[in-house]
Design a protein around this ligand. Structure first.
Ligand code: ADP
Ligand code: MG
Ligand code: ZN
Length: 561
C-alpha cells in the first residue's frame, strides 16, 4: 500500500472526526479496503468498526453502500454523518415514495458518498434500476454475523447478499464487519464472500476496560437496589428477559426515585424512541430493556450493564455487556444468575418451532452460557476461548480472578458423582444422577431399577438440589459433558477419569458451592461473616468452624427479621 493513501486516511481521521490515531485494527482494515481487497473485519463492540468503511468511502470514487439490519437507526446514523459534513443518506421502507425518488436522483447525481440500505432492498426492481446509474466502489456489510445460521442472530434477509454480490456487474470491494464471530461464523462468512484467511483482520475480542462479575444465589432485587444506590450518577443498562420483567423492574426503580426509562417490543414505536433518546442524551440515567434494545446504539459513557436474567448465548451476552465502556473507561458488567432462568430459557427453546438441528444448537449454546456462570476460570478468558481466541492471560479483576470465597476440596464428592455416572453407563442425565446419589425414593428410580445401583444413597446427607448444582459446576469445569439434547445424558471426560484414579484433585470455590434460597441470603451472609471472623481469630480454616452445609442448614432455621 502506498504511503499517500494511508496518509490521506489519517488526514480524514483528524480533520473530520478529530481523532489523533487509528485504533487497533482500523488501519489494517482501511489499508486492505483502499487496495481493493475483500476483507472481513472483526472487532469487539465499541471497537470502532464504522470508521473502517466511512473513511474509505470518502477516499474512493463513487458510492459506498452500507448494508445494515437496523432500519430504526439508519436515520440517526445518517444524521450523525451529516453533522460531520459527510454526504450520506438511506433508503428504506419508512420513506414516502416522493422522498425516495428525490433521493434516487441525488444518488445518481453522485451527491452522496454513503448510502445505507437494509438487505431486503437489494433485490427491489427500483433499486436494481438505480444501481445501473451509479458507480459502486465499496459494499460494507455491517453486523455480518447475521449471514450465518451459526450466528446467534441469523437473518434470512442476509442470505441473499452473497448471490446479489455475485450478480452485480460492477467490480466492487466488499467489507464484512462484525463483533461476534465464533470460528464457525467466521468460516461461513469467508465461504459466502470468498475471502481468504489472510484477509480476515481480527483485533481479538478482549475488552480490557470491562470487569465481569457473575452473582449467584443473591436476592436479585436487593442486590440491584444496593448496586444502583452506590452508582447514583452513572449511566447504565439493565437487561431483563421478558417485557413483564422489564415493566416490573422499571416500576420498582422509578417508585424509589431512580432516573429510569423502560424499553421493550411491546411499547409503541414512539414511546420506545422517546425512551431511547432520553437515555442517549443522559436525560434518563438508566434504561431497563429487553434484548430488543441496543444494537447499533453508540452511547459512549455507559458505566455498567446489569443482566437481571441469563441471556441465551455467549454471543448475545458479550454483545449486550459490551455496550458498557465504549469510551474506553473502566466499566462493569454484572450478571445475576439463577437456575430458574436456565429452565425458562430451556422451555422457550422447547416451545420454539425451530428445526431439530437448530434447537440442538440452541441447547448447546445455552449450556455454554450456563457454564460461563459456573466456571472457575477467568470470565474474560472464558469468553475469549469461546470465540476461538487462544490465550492464557487472565484479567485479574473479574469475579473469578478476585476470589472472595475460599477453595474447598470436593474430590471425594466429585468421585462419587463420577462413579455414579459410570455405574449407570452414562445413560442418564443430571436429575437422575442426583436422585440416585441422595437416595431419592422417587418412583421413577424404582421403575428404572436404579435403587440397586451401588452408588445409591452415597450422598444422602446432601440435598438433591445441591448435588445438581455440584454437577453443574463439574460440567462447567469440563469433568463431565452433556450429550444428546431432548434427553441430555452425562458422560465423563478424561479429566474425570484422572480424578477417579486419584491423580487430580477437585477444588471448588466456596462461593460457587450450592446456592441459597433467596430470602435467606442475608442470614447466610451474616453467618458467613461470623464464620470468617471466628476463623481468623482462631487461625483455623473456615470449614473447620462449620461446614458450608451446616452454615446453610443454620441459615434455613433462623428466621429472617
Ligand atoms: P462498533 O465497532 O461497535 O461499530 P463504533 O464504530 O460505533 O463501534 O465506534 C465506537 C466509538 O468509538 C464511537 O464513538 C467512535 O467515534 C469511537 N472511535 C472510533 N474510532 C476511534 C479512534 N480511532 N479514536 C477514538 N475514538 C474512536
Ligand atoms: Mg457498529
Ligand atoms: Zn478474570
Amino acid at each position: 500500500m502506498e504511503k499517500t493513501k494511508l496518509h490521506a486516511a489519517e488526514e480524514k481521521l483528524k480533520a473530520i472526526y478529530g481523532y489523533d490515531c487509528f485504533r487497533k485494527g482500523q488501519q489494517a482494515i482501511i489499508e486492505k479496503v483502499l487496495d481493493g481487497i475483500d476483507t472481513i473485519g472483526i472487532m469487539p463492540t465499541g471497537g470502532g468498526k464504522s470508521l473502517c468503511y466511512q473513511i474509505p468511502a470518502l477516499l474512493l470514487p463513487g458510492v459506498t453502500l452500507v448494508i445494515s439490519p437496523l432500519i430504526s437507526l439508519m436515520k440517526d446514523q445518517v444524521d450523525a454523518l451529516n453533522e460531520l459534513n459527510i454526504p450520506a443518506t438511506y433508503l428504506n421502507s419508512t420513506l414516502r415514495s416522493d422522498e425516495e425518488s428525490i433521493r434516487h436522483s441525488r444518488i445518481k447525481e453522485g451527491y452522496y458518498k454513503l448510502v445505507y440500505v437494509a438487505p431486503e432492498r437489494l433485490n427491489h426492481p427500483s433499486f436494481q434500476q438505480l444501481l445501473k446509474h451509479i458507480t459502486l466502489s465499496l459494499v460494507a456489510i455491517d453486523e455480518a454475523h447475521c449471514m450465518s445460521q451459526w450466528g446467534h442472530d441469523f437473518r434470512p434477509s442476509y442470505l441473499s447478499i452473497s448471490s446479489w454480490l455475485e450478480e452485480i456487474p460492477q467490480q466492487v470491494t466488499v467489507l464484512a464487519l462484525t463483533a461476534t464471530a465464533t470460528t464457525q461464523v467466521c468460516q461461513d462468512l469467508q465461504q459466502f464472500l470468498q475471502i481468504e484467511e489472510q484477509n480476515v483482520i481480527s483485533t481479538g475480542f478482549e475488552r480490557s476496560n470491562l470487569t465481569f462479575q457473575v452473582k449467584k444465589g443473591v436476592n436479585k432485587k436487593k442486590f440491584m437496589a444496593s448496586f444502583l444506590a452506590s452508582r447514583k450518577n452513572e449511566s447504565g443498562i439493565i437487561y431483563a428477559s421478558t417485557r413483564k420483567e422489564v415493566e416490573q423492574i422499571y416500576h420498582e426503580l422509578s417508585s424509589v426515585g431512580f432516573d429510569v426509562t423502560p424499553y421493550h417490543g411491546g411499547m409503541n414505536e414512539q414511546e420506545r424512541s422517546k425512551g431511547q433518546e432520553a437515555f442517549i442524551h443522559d436525560e434518563a440515567k438508566i434504561i431497563v430493556a429487553t434484548n430488543a434494545f441496543g444494537m447499533g446504539i453508540d452511547k459512549s459513557n455507559v458505566r455498567f450493564v446489569l443482566h437481571y436474567n441469563l441471556p441465551r448465548t455467549i454471543e448475545a451476552y458479550y454483545q449486550e455487556a459490551g455496550r458498557a465502556g465504549r469510551d474506553g473507561e473502566d466499566s462493569e458488567c454484572v450478571l445475576l444468575f439463577s437456575p430458574q432462568d436456565v429452565r425458562t430459557q430451556t422451555f422457550l427453546i422447547e416451545q420454539s418451532d425451530r428445526t431439530n438441528d437448530r434447537q440442538e444448537m440452541e441447547y448447546k449454546k445455552l449450556q455454554q452460557m450456563t457454564a460461563f456462570c459456573h466456571t472457575e476460570r477467568c470470565l474474560q478468558q472464558y469468553i475469549l476461548h469461546y470465540f476461538g481466541e487462544d490465550t492464557s492471560k487472565t484479567c485479574g479483576k473479574c469475579s473469578n480472578c478476585v476470589q472472595t470465597g475460599e477453595k474447598v476440596d470436593r474430590t471425594k464428592e466429585a468421585q462419587m458423582v463420577f462413579s455414579c455416572v459410570k455405574r449407570v453407563r452414562e445413560r442418564f442425565g443430571k436429575t437422575i444422577i442426583a436422585q440416585i446419589l441422595v437416595g431419592s425414593t422417587n418412583q421413577k428410580l424404582k421403575q428404572l431399577n436404579l435403587t440397586s445401583v451401588t452408588t445409591y444413597g452415597l450422598m444422602s446427607d446432601w440435598t438433591q438440589k445441591d448435588v445438581a448444582e455440584l454437577i453443574d459446576i463439574l460440567m462447567a469445569e469440563e469433568y463431565i459433558t452433556p450429550t444428546g439434547t431432548s434427553y441430555p445424558t452425562i458422560q465423563l471426560t478424561e479429566k474425570a477419569v484422572q480424578v477417579l484414579k486419584g491423580e487430580v484433585r477437585v477444588q471448588i470455590t466456596e462461593s460457587l458451592a450450592p446456592v441459597q434460597p433467596e430470602e435467606q441470603d442475608d442470614v447466610f451472609e451474616v453467618l458467613r461473616k461470623l464464620r470468617k471472623q471466628l476463623s481468623t481469630e482462631n487461625n483455623l480454616p473456615p470449614y473447620m468452624i462449620f461446614s458450608d452445609k451446616t452454615l446453610k442448614e443454620m441459615s434455613r432455621y433462623i428466621p429472617v427479621t
